[in-house]
Design a protein around this ligand. Sequence first.
Ligand code: XIL
Length: 385
Amino acid sequence: MFKVNVTLMKKCRINFWTIIIFSVYTFGCNSTEEIDPIIEDPKDQNDDKEEEVVAIPLKELFKDYFPIGAAITPQHADLATIHGEALVKHFNSVTAENVMKPESLQRNKGVYTWEGADRIVQFAKNNNLQVRGHTLTWHSQSPDWMFYDENGELLSREVASAQLEEHITTVMSRYKGDVYAWDVVNEAMSDWDPNGEIIYREDSPWYKIFGPSYIDSAFVFAHRADPEAKLFYNDYNSIFSWKRNKIYDLVKRLKDNNIPIDGVGLQGHWMIETSEQDIRTTLDLFRGLGVEIQITELDLPVYLSSNEEGSMVYTETFSQRQKQTYSMIFQVLLDYKDVITGVTFWGIGDDASWLDQPGRKAFPFLLDENLQPKPAYFEVQKLLN
Ligand code: XIL
């Protein structure tokens, strides 16, 4: 019950018998300032503390900053699942990961499939979640009939434009008042090109039919369909100078021409070594245009590069990396709360991510495989205290 600590006794300048007597009352010397009590490793103490901290739901943490969202499947839109439970606990916004894309809603011309999208919207309405719509005009996950005739030839501008307008109008009208924002055009800009000459994604069938003007048309159609909806241009790699400048020029051109665009979606498929300066410079740039900014598809895989060996286990190394980078990212986002109007993760928790590969899980979120807060979550929480 009582351990004799010789060093402690010496430090306190008291002899053995004195300590026996006084221990009855005090269980030892109280001058803790000078003395390290016997055992504990400071690291263990910190770990203990971390476990004791109660996680504050994400939507509470960020309530004075921005809505916080997750990309979901219709199966997640169910309170009887751990996903549904996590959604209502942590999030106040959702996006359909796939079921509002053109190939999901209108795989065959004129035949709409609403079931999955309706289910998400209904779940969101029942549980006070906003819905971000994704996406109306994209070169990918869009049916061939939007671009090609029965002989495989590109459609005329007139036909393609009428079909695009019909699609946008039908989809946005159905969810008018329920979907507050739409990614009207997704990924229209070209990626890195050595000479920096290629502005638009020229192999997109939209571009092949129209040149860049399909972007303008899509925003006009969208505004006509739902004048209240917030309209976004959304893209990835958007924090790198070689791409953000192209996006900047596009958005500026649209605004200068009075094309109704409200904001830019930075997808936010970021990396452990993503540069803080790149994010800040990008946010400054778009803030200067007077548009809203949303982080629309945030995820942060644990690997340093695609060459790093895959793992199915979430290691301490991964945890440390993610704590640091997530903390940096959210510190930056908090600093830009005046222009950031939403932050959406591209999933809910580490159980499922579009980045997972056989033998190589991405573990890209703040919630783990059981949808419980990870150490990175607590690190982010610290920023708000
Ligand atoms: C991804 C989905 O997460 C996957 O399930 C699907 O197989 C492919 O598309 N940029 C986007 C998203 O705008 O629509 C993509 O979503 C991820 C990259």
